[in-house]
Ligand binder design. Structure first.
Ligand SMILES: *[C@@H]1O[C@H](CO)[C@@H](O)[C@H](O)[C@H]1NC(C)=O
Ligand SMILES: *[C@@H]1O[C@H](CO)[C@@H](O)[C@H](O)[C@H]1NC(C)=O
Ligand SMILES: *[C@@H]1O[C@H](CO)[C@@H](O)[C@H](O)[C@H]1NC(C)=O
Ligand SMILES: *[C@@H]1O[C@H](CO)[C@@H](O)[C@H](O)[C@H]1NC(C)=O
Length: 185
């Protein structure tokens, strides 16, 4: 019984050989897919006032932050943005890309909080033609906001990561926001 179940040394070697042969291409593929970590810094310009806003309200309640309950009164508003991303806080510095998508005022009490659903698409530099996507909560009054990166295209295909966003300056309700993005891809 035991003898019929045991494998001869020759067939063990053969099985090992086949296994190694089968795994060889897999291991080289895994090597090629070794994850990279990329850190990107840029500044996003959110222009809500003036003749050429980059973020416009398209639905929901008319935001009126002068009302007695600004958080509740703006809850439900939806905006579309197409914000430039530049290399320094200066709007006229190198254009790196654009943040395009939707955000919604999604908090009814305690603090302003947005649901961000955005694509950060690069138009110059080493990431030109690639993009990453952010979906997450943005408690805008916090000094630093963290948002998840859930995917990407081009060199950021299959990316995951996070953004840290910090308001650099404000002029009225127009804001310049500093971003540090960390991606594994
Ligand atoms: C905004 O709120 C102020 C003060 O409560 C009010 O006078 C004004 O009419 C409101 N504007 C809109 C567009 O609701
Ligand atoms: C950026 O360039 C535009 C057009 O040349 C100019 O009107 C504007 O003042 C500049 N802004 C800054 C902050 O330098
Ligand atoms: C970015 O890529 C596009 C498409 O390949 C190309 O036309 C454009 O010149 C590039 N821009 C820069 C600044 O490299
Ligand atoms: C981004 O990184 C720079 C340089 O390390 C740092 O000065 C800045 O505070 C960081 N910003 C955020 C929002 O983490």
């Amino acid at each position: 019984m035991a003898k019929s179940c045991s494998t001869s040394p020759t067939s063990t070697n053969l099985v090992l050989l086949i296994l190694v042969a089968a795994l060889w291409p897999l291991s080289t593929t895994t090597e090629a897919l070794k994850p990279r970590i990329t850190n990107i810094q840029f500044y996003m310009h959110d222009i809500v006032g003036g003749p050429n806003p980059t973020a416009v309200q398209v639905a929901g309640r008319l935001s009126n932050i002068t009302s007695s309950d600004p958080i509740a009164s703006s809850f439900g508003s939806i905006f579309v943005m197409d914000n430039p991303l530049t290399a320094t806080p200066d709007i006229n510095s190198t254009l790196m890309g654009r943040a395009q998508g939707l955000y919604a005022m999604s908090s009814q009490q305690n603090e302003f909080s947005l649901l961000m659903t955005l694509t950060y698409a690069f138009v110059s530099g080493p990431y030109n033609g690639s993009s990453f996507s952010v979906v997450g909560r943005n408690p805008v009054m916090n000094e630093v906001r963290e948002m998840p990166i859930v995917g990407g295209t081009g060199i950021f295909r299959l990316a995951r990561g996070y953004c840290l966003a910090k308001t650099h300056s404000m002029a009225g309700f127009d804001a310049v926001i500093g971003y540090n993005a960390t991606l594994i891809h």
